[in-house]
Write a protein that binds this ligand. Structure first.
Ligand SMILES: [Cu+2]
Length: 113
């Protein structure tokens, strides 16, 4: 009787550990991807919208994304990134994604050149 319970417990433990083992791996993969997906760019500030946490940049080509030079709006991950930035400033910035499956690139870092 004791032996049988022991075997059942072992079987249950084996089944239960499968999804548990897979979860941290998936999390690590997602994190790795987020960290790796960063792109550097340079450009000039066209306008700053602190209320919407957005900045319009005239950016230089970003080869790692296959983007040519253009003017476009970006969201920033936190509004404090916009501190001290104003129209006409030459900047270097870094694009990333807050979630791995997000489609839009957001500014995770930006500073005056
Ligand atoms: Cu662009």
């Amino acid at each position: 009787m004791k032996k049988r319970i022991g075997i059942i417990a072992l079987l249950l433990a084996g089944v239960a550990s499968l999804p548990l083992a897979a979860q941290p791996m998936a999390g690590m993969e997602a994190q790795k991807e987020t960290e790796q997906a960063r792109h550097q760019g340079t450009g000039k500030v066209v306008s700053v919208d602190r209320a919407k946490s957005r900045i319009k940049l005239a950016h230089e080509p970003i080869k790692s994304l296959g983007w040519s030079a253009m003017m476009m709006d970006f969201s920033v991950v936190k509004v404090s990134l916009l501190d001290g930035l104003k129209e006409g400033d030459a900047v270097r910035f870094e694009l990333g994604k807050t979630k791995p499956d997000e489609l839009v690139w957001v500014i995770v870092k930006i500073e005056r050149k």
